[in-house]
Design a binder for this molecule. Structure first.
Ligand SMILES: Nc1ncnc2c1ncn2[C@@H]1O[C@H](COP(=O)(O)OP(=O)(O)OP(=O)(O)O)[C@@H](O)[C@H]1O
Length: 293
């Protein structure tokens, strides 16, 4: 049984698009990345999955059960929304104790541990916290009950680099203890660092699901070259070339295909410089987005 199973999930906001026909499966123990630009549908997918908003059609289950019909499964879940809002008058510790009261276990020790790790002052009023510190409250709130499934929506926005590092360590520790993690972000480097699989979403649709290791396999090459003279604009219009950028005597592109055919084309240019490297995830990601347009 998959921990998260989303089938043909569609959510429309009136006539406007939210998400269309989203399918996802996340297995126990995975750290699964969910990547997409602003407005792609990441938060909508997560909110529908959690039963916070109703789907227009399709289904979503956590541990085989729908959040709408079985709200009790939320106890197994730690959720960090992309934006956190609180009743400002409360102290941090009161809010966290209140959150902890929903679970059938004593979370006092864990709250203290997490607050220490995140350098969060439990005695402060939420009113007095910066955006980043409010985010930390959300993180502690999401992790204090040691959930089996952790759903993170843009978790690192507002955290300084040191805190981001601590946060990633915390998530990795929870994962080693057995928690499954669903991690939405538009920052590829953090997904690349943390996740074993990733789904790309664009304009409400999943355009690719892949193991990070397969994305980074050696079948893609990034070719950059400089020539003695201006390069013929049609020189690299061939199968397997994408993201072609041509500026007079310099060209770069991503290539996947017959290497010999590509080398023959290159040999027709009077080169002054060339590099052929494996693209990073960012470049592969852009390749998918450009290709789909
Ligand atoms: N409450 C709403 N009413 C109407 N449209 C909405 C609502 N919430 C989201 N949308 C629309 O649904 C689409 C998906 O938005 P969503 O917030 O899920 O994207 P996202 O990938 O989480 O983006 P971001 O990274 O900017 O948070 C967008 O076109 C957005 O304008």
């Amino acid at each position: 049984m998959s921990v998260i199973e989303v089938k043909n999930l569609t959510k429309k906001y009136g006539n406007s698009r939210g998400i269309t026909d989203v399918n996802l499966q996340v297995e126990e123990g995975e750290i699964f990345g969910f990547i997409g630009p602003n407005g792609a549908g990441k938060s909508t997918t997560i909110r529908t999955l959690l039963g916070l908003i109703y789907p227009t059609s399709g289904s979503a289950t956590l541990f085989g059960k729908s959040c709408i019909q079985h709200p009790e499964i939320r106890r197994e879940l730690g959720y960090l929304p992309s934006e956190v809002f609180y009743y400002d008058g409360m102290r941090v510790i009161d809010l966290l104790n209140y959150s902890a009261s929903f679970y059938k276990k004593d979370c006092t020790k864990r709250i203290k541990e997490l607050a220490e790790r995140m350098d969060l002052d439990l005695k402060k009023k939420i009113d007095d916290l910066s955006f980043g510190n409010k985010k930390k409250v959300g993180i502690v709130q999401g992790l204090l009950h040691e959930p089996k499934l952790i759903i993170l929506d843009e978790p690192t926005s507002g955290l300084d680099p040191l805190m981001q590092q601590t946060f990633f360590e915390l998530v990795a520790e929870e994962n080693r203890k057995g928690a499954t993690v669903f991690f939405s972000s538009h920052i590829l480097s953090e997904v690349q660092k943390m996740c074993s699989r990733v789904a790309f979403i664009k304009e409400g649709r999943i355009i690719k699901q892949e193991k990070i290791s397969d994305l980074q396999d050696n079948s893609y090459k990034k070719v950059s070259l400089e020539a003695k003279f201006a390069i013929d604009p049609t020189a690299f219009q061939m199968d397997g070339v994408s993201n072609l950028e041509l500026k007079s005597s310099a060209a770069s592109f991503i290539f996947k295909g017959n290497l010999n055919a590509m080398m023959q084309r290159i040999a027709e240019v009077e080169l002054t410089n060339i590099s052929i490297v494996e693209p990073d995830l960012e470049e592969i990601f852009m390749h998918y987005y450009v290709k789909e347009e």
